[in-house]
Design a protein around this ligand. Structure first.
Ligand SMILES: [Zn+2]
Length: 245
């Protein structure tokens, strides 16, 4: 069984940019140290995992600068490999990875995949646009790295069967979502468990019930989102925030 951990920016220490998805450097390093005792594999190597053994993968979405300046340095220190999914329209722009950094990380054994071209919510756009987002980002990364790009993580967890079919047609072999849970070796659409600053890391790693509860909460919120539409959902969130209990 494979437990794929999902990270974003590592800079929770920066109060101006605080976001529950961003981890502090010290917390991130502590977590990587814990992982050195475990079976850590690249998420894309899911097929090679045995069903009765516990494996873990480290993944990063967006291609933020801290992937290189913080995460990459810590991963190298602990001899760990991870996968990085890049928003290709943001390469070389402020706060994001440069071409040279992507090349260096790839050369050191890090896996690089697509996170679409513009961070589009794939299940909400037309088939032509999905094709464009998936194909353009694949080509850009292949030009930079000179090898086939075969994995993609879907922005915001927005995907459906159409997205999966188009991704496979274009040549993606692994599709990473934001659905909580664990993966068996034969799966190509993979679940990932997001790691937030305040979460109990030991539970994220080992407690199936903890992951199930998060998964249930995530699907429940998604159901409300679908029912209300994204705009209405954001409004509702703002109203709930204002209610002080
Ligand atoms: Zn993203």
């Amino acid at each position: 069984m494979l437990n794929i951990l999902m990270y974003h920016k590592i800079n929770f220490d920066n109060k101006k940019e605080s976001n529950p998805h961003y981890l502090s450097i010290s917390n991130f390093e502590k977590q990587m140290k814990i992982l050195t005792d475990k079976n850590v594999v690249i998420a894309e190597d899911n097929k090679k995992c045995k069903i009765d053994t516990k494996y873990y993968s480290i993944t990063f979405d967006d291609g933020a600068k801290s992937d290189y300046t913080i995460a990459f340095k810590i991963l190298k220190k602990y001899n760990l490999r991870a996968s990085f999914y890049i928003i290709t329209s943001r390469i070389d722009s402020e706060g994001y990875l440069s071409k040279e950094e992507i090349i260096e990380m790839h050369k050191s054994g890090m896996k690089i995949g697509s996170h679409t071209h513009t961070h589009a919510k794939l299940s909400l756009i037309t088939e032509d646009m999905i094709y464009q987002e998936l194909n353009e980002s694949k080509k850009i990364l292949e030009d930079i790295l000179g090898e086939a790009i075969t994995s993609i993580s879907v922005p915001g967890g927005f995907y459906n069967n159409k997205v999966v079919t188009i991704a496979k047609q274009i040549g993606y072999e692994t599709i990473l979502t934001s659905d909580f849970g664990f993966n068996s070796p034969n799966e190509t659409v993979l679940k990932r468990n997001t790691v937030k600053e305040y979460m109990n890391f030991d539970r994220v790693l080992n407690n199936n019930l903890y992951i199930k509860i998060y998964g249930f909460r995530y699907s429940f919120l998604n159901m409300i989102k679908k029912f209300l539409g994204n705009g209405q959902y954001e409004n509702l969130k703002q109203i709930i925030k204002k209610i002080k209990l």
